[in-house]
Design a protein around this ligand. Structure first.
Ligand SMILES: [Zn+2]
Length: 255
């Protein structure tokens, strides 16, 4: 990429500016691929698919933001350019293959091209999160994702995944609160820490001792506004009660 190319903003902060108990993160909010990347050589079908982004995740995050009066930070470009839930050393931060799809624009990238993706996308995203944490002073970080119902040709039974790394305080509370819902809720499914998906939790929350959880919703539950509303109310209610259950709110600050 050379000098005259159009620049873009890798992350956006939305919601109330003041202190809040929770900061929401939505790393895979967008399937936008800025012009200079020439669509990464993807077919329109793949560029619209779940490999490019998490369909419904931004709408769900915004609903949680409004329901709980807490802010969010969302990524503004496709995770195929750089996956902000992966550290730079992870091979799948810039995937050449995602599930069953090849990503031609990521084949044979030079070290410089890869470093440029990191500089333009990952670093600014992390900076936006750091600045938001500074201003919001949350007790918890909650990351919001969606996943495809069919993966490598197999149907997934789980509908809502509650994911965590070694600090499971908030995830445990959420799982207890969601025990009686009709949705199929599971711990560390359809992914878990061994799949490298807890990077944001570790980097932004656990490193600071903040409560944290990653919410993964099967994207067919988020296919229309009614579905998003239903899941949003369920998870928003469970999250508010779970935060109270952990005792973090009573302490009035970072635990
Ligand atoms: Zn995701």
């Amino acid at each position: 990429m050379t000098g005259h190319q159009k620049m873009f903003t890798a992350a956006t902060f939305e919601g109330p500016e003041g202190p809040a108990p929770v900061l929401l993160l939505c790393e895979h909010a967008s399937r936008e691929i800025p012009e200079q990347y020439k669509g990464l050589g993807l077919s329109p079908e793949v560029a619209r698919s779940h490999v490019a982004w998490d369909p419904g995740a931004l709408e769900l995050t915004r609903l949680l933001s409004r329901a709980l009066s807490v802010p969010l930070v969302a990524g503004n470009v496709s995770r195929l350019l750089y996956d902000c839930n992966r550290p730079p050393e992870a091979p799948d931060a810039v995937p050449a293959v995602s599930e069953i799809y090849e990503i031609p624009g990521n084949f044979d990238l030079s070290a410089q091209e890869r470093a440029e993706r990191e500089e333009l996308i990952y670093r600014p995203f992390c900076k936006a999160v750091d600045e938001a944490i500074e201003r919001v002073n949350p007790v918890a970080i909650v990351t919001v994702h969606s996943f495809t119902p069919v993966y490598f040709g197999r149907h997934r039974r789980v509908e809502i995944g509650v994911l965590h790394d070694s600090d499971s305080r908030l995830a445990d509370a959420m799982l207890a609160r969601l025990e009686r819902t009709e949705e199929a809720v599971e711990r560390n499914q359809p992914y878990g820490p061994d799949d490298g998906v807890t990077h944001s939790l570790l980097k932004h929350a656990q490193s600071r001792g903040l409560l944290n959880v990653m919410l993964e919703v099967r994207n067919d539950l988020l296919a229309d506004p009614e579905g998003i509303e239903r899941v949003g109310m369920l998870l928003g209610g469970a999250l508010a009660l779970s935060l109270a259950d952990t005792g973090a709110l009573a302490q009035g600050g970072r635990g």
